[in-house]
Design a protein around this ligand. Structure first.
Ligand code: SF4
Length: 381
């Protein structure tokens, strides 16, 4: 078995990545929100220029799958007309924000997200590595602590705290503009102190490697531990609907677009603004106890060229057999994209419909059992 390929950069819309089913075109909706016309247009474009499948990533991005290189220019024209494309690849790469989706008009989260988006679009914005990102999480209790980010902006009782990921303290500021400026300062410090040799690196690793933060980022303690990620259901902002294994079809997205503006969340779910009744559409999960919500599964074959087996059909087949409360990670290869950390149970493909079973480990950890067929896996669960 060959080692998984590590690309070290993330696909965007202008710089898509080739996958097993064509180009993956990643769209970063401004402020993590699609107006109804944008959502409807995006669904049409995914059906016309892709294979009609759309992923929602753990960083609140939308990925149109199955795009041929010939269709890419027309897709970009369509996305540009919808206001979903940045000026260039550098601007697209820098605008790597995850925004807590339950924001209200003109609250701290929305204001910081707007200020930070503007700061990252300026010509003098730091040239950050592709995976370097910001979490804007200024509600009463942090919701994005489990989401990967390098600089976090959270609420405190007396202002906003801008903090390097991996640090217990940050810098207290009063306004959204000050928060954006402090975040840019921290990003520049990261680059200036060698956080991204050869253009790659993450903040927490930089601090763990001994980098010492500037004094002004050491005084404000981080807010208490964050809240658990929300489950599907009604909220003050609207209905939260989960997507089966983080994927939605173009017709289902088009139907949702007819209901309300859509906020993209980092929990493989969509938030339908102002909607009070869960829409009954294929591929949507409304029941918080649905076992599919406890399965992390990657694209697998044939969508990923590195995959040694399909994964999603197995996830569907195993869901009813998953013991209550247990989480399962199914990975098409040892790279473990869908869940990079350890999981209670992990199945790593080694050949078509053959998987190693790993307990309390990552996808590349030593297996407890090897070469299991789906029926044997059901028994093992
Ligand atoms: S973990 Fe899954 S998505 Fe990632 S490279 Fe392997 S097969 Fe592809």
């Amino acid at each position: 078995m060959s080692a998984p390929v590590v690309h070290g950069w993330c696909p965007g819309a202008l710089r898509p990545m080739m996958s097993g089913d064509g180009l993956v075109v990643r769209v970063r909706a401004p402020l993590g929100r699609l107006a109804q016309a944008q959502a409807a247009g995006l669904a049409d474009l995914a059906a016309a220029h892709g294979n009609g499948l759309i992923d929602v990533s753990a960083r609140s991005n939308i990925q149109i799958r199955g795009v041929s290189p010939e269709a890419h220019p027309a897709l970009i024209d369509g996305l540009t007309a919808l206001g979903l494309i940045d000026e260039d690849v550098a601007a697209e790469t820098r605008r790597n924000l995850v925004i807590q989706p339950f924001w209200a008009d003109r609250d701290a989260t929305q204001c910081v997200a707007v200020s930070l988006t503007e700061a990252l679009a300026r010509e003098d914005a730091p040239d950050l590595p592709g995976k370097f990102g910001f979490a804007v999480d200024c509600g009463s209790s942090p919701l994005l602590r489990s989401i990967s980010a390098d600089i976090r902006i959270e609420a405190a009782s007396d202002g906003l705290v801008v903090r390097a990921d991996g640090a217990d303290t940050g810098r207290l500021v009063a306004t959204a503009q000050e928060a954006a400026a402090a975040a840019m300062e921290l990003a520049r410090w990261f680059l200036d102190t060698g956080g991204a040799p050869a253009g790659r690196g993450r903040m927490a690793r930089h601090l763990a490697g001994g980098a010492s933060l500037p004094d002004r980022f050491r005084h404000a303690p981080a807010a208490a531990s964050g809240a658990a990620p929300p489950t599907p259901g009604a909220s003050l902002t609207g209905q939260l609907v989960a997507l089966e294994f983080g994927q939605i079809t173009a017709p289902t997205l088009a139907a949702l677009a007819g209901l309300a503006p859509i906020r993209i969340t980092p929990w493989r779910a969509l938030l339908l603004e102002g909607v009070t009744t869960a829409p009954d559409l294929p591929g949507l999960i409304h029941d918080a106890t649905d076992p599919r919500l406890r399965i992390d599964v990657c694209t697998g074959a044939p969508g990923c060229p590195q995959a040694l087996s399909p994964t999603r059909d197995l996830a569907r087949a195993l869901a009813p057999h998953l013991p209550e409360g247990q989480r399962l990670h199914i990975s098409g290869c040892a790279k473990g994209c869908a869940h990079p950390g350890p999981a209670a149970l992990t199945l790593t493909a080694t050949a078509t419909d053959r998987f190693d079973l790993i307990r309390d480990g990552r996808a590349d950890a030593l297996p407890e059992a090897t070469g299991l067929a789906p029926d044997q896996i059901k028994k093992a669960l």
